[in-house]
Design a protein around this ligand. Structure first.
Ligand code: AMP
Ligand code: MG
Length: 345
């Protein structure tokens, strides 16, 4: 297998992040075992099952993660999402229940966010080539050409026939903003079925914690320092059983002529979102919802984002800005550990 330098750095840096987070978690709760594999196109996925962790459960979890990747990845030609995209403007495509569920939820968040989250973002992702060998800044003419294709309202979901239809030729879905969240929830289902009470599912930027620590103290989760090296964290979140999902500019990006271009796009403008935010972390109970929300809120920006978060039950957020100021909702137990950052009330 041949990896580009970019890809290797990407994978290596993800490792550092995972280890620093797990270090802080494991420090007071030594895990029985922990398994790491690369899934979702090179994302480091680490599962830690405390106490009753068995090889067969790890195997089941990773095969479920791969099953989800094989259904939802745009880079796998046989995936349901690739089949939907290939049939854009031609015909509806019958899909697996998993795909139907994720698209249904993605459409819900597209509507809730007024289109800031848009699963039909595919043509823009391809045009910019983020995380591929074709990364480049496209011309305004190219952007203007694909923008009319980005519109979640032109996705038809037919529950009876379990099929999805993209109304216009050239449209394409990209479920990258929600798939890992769904996968984390599905890993949790397997863990609960195996009667394992305590576990950490860490799908790089997408963490789901199950159960209580033995000594009943709170779990600690490091929030990535968006301005620092991979693996360095700028604050610690203390929490009970919860999911913590971050969308940040550092996750995937490239540089051209001294400007950094990241992977979260404005569906209306066609450029990477540039609104003063470096990252948005969502703390909630369901990982798929938190994943969709982290992306949606990032695109909406602070003002609109915080009012959406405040309208949702049991959902908290941490916002980190380019000037290293930090804002959070009131229900988060979060302490800044790096004094280059400052909390604004
Ligand atoms: P996340 O890291 O969860 O915020 O997801 C980012 C990924 O979602 C990107 O790599 C794209 O594949 C996709 N994406 C980018 N912009 C958007 C958007 N505005 N709405 C939905 N998905 C997006
Ligand atoms: Mg997301």
């Amino acid at each position: 297998m041949v990896f580009s330098i970019h890809k290797i750095t990407h994978i290596f840096s993800r490792y550092l992040l995972i280890h620093s987070i797990l270090f802080s978690l494991a420090a007071c709760n030594s895990p029985e075992s922990s398994h790491t594999e690369l899934v979702f196109g090179g994302v480091v996925c680490t599962i830690t099952l405390f106490e009753q962790g068995k090889d067969s459960v790890y195997r089941d979890i990773f095969s479920r993660l791969r099953e989800i990747e094989n259904l939802m990845s745009v880079n796998i030609p046989s995936s349901d999402v690739s089949r939907i995209n290939a049939a854009a403007g031609v015909e509806p495509v019958q899909v697996h229940d998993d795909v139907l569920k994720v698209i249904e939820r993605a459409l819900y968040y597209a509507q809730l966010s007024g289109g800031a989250f848009d699963l039909s973002i595919g043509p823009l992702v391809s045009l910019w080539g983020i995380d591929s060998d074709n990364e480049r800044v496209p011309s305004q003419t190219e952007i203007d050409k694909v923008l009319p294709l980005i519109n979640w309202r032109n996705i038809e979901l037919e529950p009876q026939t379990k099929s999805i239809y993209l109304k216009n030729k050239g449209m394409s879905l990209d479920l990258g903003a929600i798939t890992k969240g769904y996968a984390a929830d599905e890993a949790a289902v397997i863990i609960k079925k195996a009667n394992i009470d305590r576990a950490i599912i860490d799908l790089s930027g997408n963490i789901l914690i199950l159960g209580e620590k033995k000594d009943k103290s709170l779990w600690k989760v490091g929030v990535q320092d968006p301005g620092g090296n991979r693996g360095s964290y700028m604050g610690i979140l203390q929490t009970t059983e919860i999911t913590v999902v971050t969308s940040g500019v550092y996750e995937r990006f490239f540089e051209e002529d001294g400007t950094r271009y990241h992977h979260i796009f404005s569906p209306s403008g066609g450029f990477p979102v540039n609104n003063g935010l470096l990252s948005v972390t969502i703390i909630a109970h369901n990982s798929m919802n938190a994943d969709a929300l982290s992306t949606a809120i990032f695109v909406l920006g602070y003002e609109k984002g915080i009012s959406l978060i405040e309208s949702l039950p049991e959902t908290e957020a941490i916002f980190i800005f380019e000037d290293y100021s930090v804002r959070k909702t009131t229900g988060v137990n979060f302490t800044i550990t790096d004094n280059s950052y400052r909390l604004i009330d």
